[in-house]
Write a protein that binds this ligand. Structure first.
Ligand code: SAH
Length: 226
């Protein structure tokens, strides 16, 4: 694809996301996502993150396979989850489930530093190399256990979980800063999950809102891993 077709495909994707944001406002409470989030989505070269044979479909508003039975999330879902974090340029963000690194790149456009944890070593290594090649210097990728978060770098102003646990992992709630926001799809594997927004107030009290039915790959337990 040449630059002009890429730019056109990206603009069409942005229009699709805006349409889906309006259609889902009843659940999400947000009819529009912030200018900063939409600009980041228009900027990040999604075709660099999908498998080579999927490049022609990189800007279609759909999830795609990335190997190891894992997926790169649908762009609309990336936009919604990112918007719900209310990121500021000073924020430190934790992501669980690096996958191909696309969501991490979007976060890196909006926050100060991004820490992202991936359970499959090969995905972690590939994503780290890709993000470095594309010039993202404020992202750190760790091959590790998402249920444990990244205690050495806590607390985080925002946490985003891109695989579905059956309950919100307690270590992640602990690592959320006062005033922080966490977005996580919660539910049983194979069933519809509920995209959940957790907010921690200044006193450490947690508020939870179930927003929208979503479909994510399960957050794996160590004993289920190959
Ligand atoms: N954010 C990714 C999409 C992730 S798909 C992107 O933009 O491409 C979910 C990812 O979570 C997969 O890569 C999967 O391997 C990872 N994952 C699943 N269980 C995990 C766990 N317990 N700890 C860390 N990562 C996990």
């Amino acid at each position: 694809m040449d630059e002009a077709s890429l730019a056109k495909a990206r603009r069409q994707l942005i229009a699709k996301i805006e349409e889906e944001a309006r259609e889902t406002q009843f659940w999400t409470g947000r009819a529009h996502y912030s200018e900063r989030v939409m600009t980041a989505l228009e900027k990040v070269p999604r075709h660099e993150f999908v498998l080579p044979e999927d490049q022609p479909y990189a800007y279609v508003n759909r999830p795609r396979g990335i190997g190891h039975g894992q997926t790169i999330s649908q762009p609309y879902i990336v936009a919604l989850m990112t918007d719900l974090l209310d990121l500021e340029p000073t924020h430190r963000v934790l992501e669980i489930g690096t996958g191909c690194g696309y969501q991490a790149a979007v976060l890196a456009e909006l926050a100060f530093r991004v820490f992202t944890v991936e359970t499959f070593e090969e995905l972690a290594l590939t994503a780290a190399a890709r993000l470095a090649r594309l010039g993202y210097r404020n992202v750190e990728v760790r091959h590790g256990e998402g249920y444990e978060g990244w205690p050495e770098e806590a607390p985080f102003d925002a946490i985003i979980v891109t695989a579905a646990p059956t309950a919100v992992p307690p270590a992640l709630l602990d690592q959320l800063a006062p005033g922080g926001r966490m977005v996580v799809p919660v539910g049983e594997p194979g069933a519809t999950q509920i995209l959940t927004l957790c907010r921690k107030d200044a006193a450490g009290h947690i508020d939870r809102d179930g927003l929208l039915p979503v479909s994510f790959v399960p957050m794996l337990r160590r004993d289920h891993r190959r």
